[in-house]
Design a protein around this ligand. Structure first.
Ligand SMILES: [Zn+2]
Length: 329
């Protein structure tokens, strides 16, 4: 299935049905339903009785095999989940061995006599070696094999991979569509959650994590050393990756930046009053230094460094930022 906001994109793709290339790169924001769209496309490419609107029929042997997750002509490649506990704190990658297996798959002949489809997502998780291995098969694609890659609209993919795929942009829903979707799915506190997730409605919904984030906000509005240190310890106990903490704090700082320019918050609309006060009392230059600290830590967001210590350091820096009152103009 595709989401309501993808209907036009699907029609655009359907218009290209007779000239589809051997490799497509679907680009869209995470949380906007891009993988669902890619799976729908894979189903159509494999379907033995494609409907006039380019949808899979849902009835043929291929569609039945897909519904059972056992279609021999589909290979879906996603990052390997590392073994052991604390998976959230590990970097997820698609490695070269997985791509080699995929190449073996691509060179087999079709079980059902039609196309074979390789679905790979997210394309950014290919490590360099894996991307180079994939590049070879994209340069000399076996007949009747279609590669569907899903990626983010950022320059995190090798240009050589991009240039060998036809790029196709997928839309995110507008604010109204996204809110309607969440409300139809009975998500509590939908407007605040939607704002926090940058307007894309298909986020992972974890009430305990959301509650932990909500507890951080009053501490950031009125920071006190002991409260901050206690919070860093609690965050660490939840075994969440540093990337999550950087995301929460980074978005708060962006909202302070907006408040310094007398603009409304983007990510934490419910904290607008606190943010306005912070915007009035803090210096843009000090804010910039703190944002820079977060940017420098971003590449380590999923490494197994000491999350508690990093979170403490950042919160202490935040306290100093808050204590530096804006100098009188
Ligand atoms: Zn079918």
């Amino acid at each position: 299935m595709i989401y309501p906001w993808q209907t036009t994109a699907w029609q655009q793709l359907a218009a290209q049905r007779h000239t589809l290339p051997h490799a497509l790169l679907l680009l869209g924001k995470s949380g906007s339903g891009r993988v669902a769209f890619a799976r729908h496309l894979a189903a159509t490419l494999l379907c033995e009785d494609v409907q006039p609107d380019f949808s899979p029929c849902g009835q043929c042997p291929s569609c039945h095999l897909l519904a059972q997750n056992s279609h021999p002509d589909l290979c879906e490649l996603t990052p390997e989940i590392p073994e052991g506990d604390n998976v959230a704190r590990k970097l997820l990658q698609i490695k070269v061995d997985a791509v080699r297996e995929l190449l073996d798959f691509a060179h087999l002949s079709s079980h059902r006599g039609g196309r074979r489809v390789v679905l790979l997502h997210p394309a950014e998780s290919l490590n360099l070696q894996a991307a180079n291995a994939l590049l070879k098969v994209l340069e000399e694609p076996p007949p009747q094999v279609v590669f569907v890659l899903v990626g983010h609209n950022k320059d995190t993919l090798l240009p050589t991979i991009k240039s060998r795929c036809r790029q196709f942009a997928l839309p995110a829903p507008d604010a109204e569509e996204a809110l309607a979707y969440l409300q139809a799915n009975h998500v509590d506190n939908a407007p605040a959650l939607l704002a926090f997730h940058g307007g894309t409605p298909l986020f992972e919904h974890n009430p305990a994590t959301d509650a932990l984030r909500a507890e951080l906000l009053p501490l950031l509005a009125e920071p006190r050393l002991l409260g901050l240190l206690d919070y860093a310890a609690r965050f660490d106990r939840e075994k969440l990756p540093l990337a999550t903490f950087l995301d929460w704090l980074g978005k708060w700082l962006l909202d302070i930046g907006l408040a310094q320019r007398q603009l409304p918050p983007c990510y934490y609309p419910d904290a607008a009053a606190d943010l306005a006060k912070l915007g009035a009392r803090t210096e843009p230059m000090h804010l910039f230094a703190l944002v820079e600290r977060i940017n420098l830590l971003a590449p380590y967001g999923r490494h197994t460094l000491n999350v508690k210590m990093q979170a403490e350091d950042l919160l202490i820096d935040y306290l100093h930022f808050w204590q530096h009152k804006r100098s009188p103009a």
